[in-house]
Design a protein around this ligand. Sequence first.
Ligand code: C2E
Ligand code: CA
Ligand code: CA
Length: 422
Amino acid sequence: MEKNRDYLTNAHSRNHMIDKLKELIGKKSWFHLYCVDVDSFRKANRLKGFQLGDALLINLFQNLCALCPASVIFRSHGDQFFMIIEEPHKKTLLDFPDCFDCQGYNYTVSSGLARYPESASTWKDLILYSEFAKEKAKASKGNSLLTYEDINLEKHELHDYVEKHIHHFLKENWFYLLFQPIISVTEKKIEGYEVLMRWNDPIYGVISPNVFIPIAEDSGMIIPLTKKLLCECKRILLSSPCYFESRYLAINISVIDLISDGFIPFLADLFQEDEALLAKLEFEITETYCFKNFDLLKEKFQQLQSLGIKISIDDFGTGFSSFEKLANLNFNRIKIDQVFIRNLPDSENDLLILHSIASLAKSMSLKTTVEGVMNHHQQACLNQFCFNSYQGYYFAKPLPLNEALSVRAEDIERKCKLRSKK
Ligand code: C2E
Ligand code: CA
Ligand code: CA
């Protein structure tokens, strides 16, 4: 083994990296420097022993090798690796899975990115900045990537950034979906999933839909985004027909989508040969918007329903709906907003509101889903109302597709029972 290589993983050493950085800076070649390490590495070592620690390091090195040649991966100390990527548009750390498996132990990594020449012009600063960004990523939530620039940017800059880059969002494949299980109260099974969009940005990491959806709506980009999401949902339904025989996908549809001329013909066309799949879709339309273009929406709701799609009114209770108007609109479900759940079981007011929503739903023969259930006290309190289903972090967070489809309702129930005893 060469003297300047790490004995355990065979990665190059920190000195070797410094030589390489000097060489590239000398040539004025642009590159990205990533600093990566394992989240909770010490804990893994402590709980599972050094053998697992060693295996984790070898495993991480092998995973990094899938992104770039071993000649540009360096282990500096402990569980900290660096990678120099000269062609940043090829594979990057963003292509990493969320979680790795090493001998049955699941681990995640945090990483920091500094770019030459944008972030810094000297090798010392580049190392320092990538380490600093990695530490910030770990401290904020772990399992994420931050760039040096991120840490200095303010919120309004994020807004400007999203506005400027919204057109790249689809083209660059920054788009991905998560799926949050919805649990049926009586059957205790997963009755469906809410599909939630994410923007995985090379600079900012994951950007919340609360930031980019309003901008996508203003710019009209929401229409191609929703279309892409629907194509993806069709693919998922087709690939697991048995699983979705008795389950549905709940999809957030913007009113901008719904009232655009091409939307319903697009849907009919997309599902032309698979019409039966339309019955597996529930479109969630936010309550606030429903009463602005009432007549047009009423017509669109009818068209959707004649295709077989079900409709839920999302964030119910926040839009000051008039019950009289509601009765004129044909829909299938109400999703009760999380603001009414947050202060349970203590808030008398929220209990009164929930009581009247429950009786309204019953009298209109509507299904009900309660959002944002976060603990067993809330669940126990909600049980008195006979709502149909619950959704919230207490049961399951939004998950990547493979995890969402493999999680079993019994596991969720067992986990909840254990937590309620603590
Ligand atoms: P929403 O439709 O009300 O979706 C539920 C939001 O609550 C999701 O946030 C979900 O992650 C979060 N949530 C679920 N359980 C809990 C819980 O127990 N506690 C708390 N505090 N939150 C919980 P997310 O994914 O950040 O989405 C935010 C909003 O962005 C959504 O609110 C929806 O209005 C919009 N959105 C998300 N994906 C899409 C999409 O594909 N298209 C459109 N048009 N809008 C989307
Ligand atoms: Ca929703
Ligand atoms: Ca909602």
